[in-house]
Design a protein around this ligand. Sequence first.
Ligand SMILES: CC(=O)[C@@H](O)[C@H](O)COP(=O)(O)O
Length: 258
Amino acid sequence: MSLVIAGKTFNNRLVLGTGKYKDFATMQACYRAARVEMVTLAVRRFDLAAKGEDNILNWIPKDIALLPNTAGCFTREDALRVSRLAREALQTDWVKLEVIGDPKSLYPDNEETLEAAKILVKEGFIVLPYVNADPILAKKLCDVGCAAVMPLGSAIGSGLGVQNPMTLLLIKEVVDSFKLPMIVDAGVGTASDAALAMELGADGVLLNTAVAEAGEPTKMAQAMDHAVLAGRLAFESGRMPKRLYASASSPMAGLVGR
Ligand SMILES: CC(=O)[C@@H](O)[C@H](O)COP(=O)(O)O
């Protein structure tokens, strides 16, 4: 049941973000409610030198792995700079690589992401790229040595759920052939979206807005934990075939009065 990324084992397949919470205490409570073992931190959006309670790092429990991300970067140079800064400041080689192509859709720029990934892998980073759902790009990212591929389910913060189930299946086939995980990242709006991603075979789900903007964030965090687990169990169980016609629950043979 565990998720392994770059040799590190996670017993929970849900990854949460750090943005949009009403305060750091709520964020921390959500991490506990969801039992997450990894969270992603937008390095550019926080003052990592802030003191005491003003520093987000003091609100992230030490037993939770930090995945710095390059949110807010629009070029490969920018993403490289932020990744190196994160490595220095946070003492980790892990990076969620985001190179955004357009501020309105927040869709990733494929070419820039691939080029940045090549360089970061050469520099010894564990690179988890956030990308458009594209099996060809996924293969290229696996080829250059990324540790996972993180296709979007739909646009960041849209809450539109998994809009591309068939494409995710194709990506899953690609990453499986490299024995790498696929983590669906962005667009999850509610628990059933996370469950669907997992039922499709995603190895994990990364989400932020659905929890941070929920009416009761800790309750939604718990729901996401359950959803990811339920979806994974369903995937591993193997679903029944879909049928056009009914199939009686009790056998017809031996019916009394026949
Ligand atoms: C937190 C983070 O890295 C986001 O950029 C991520 O893609 C999550 O997206 P949602 O907010 O849609 O869950």
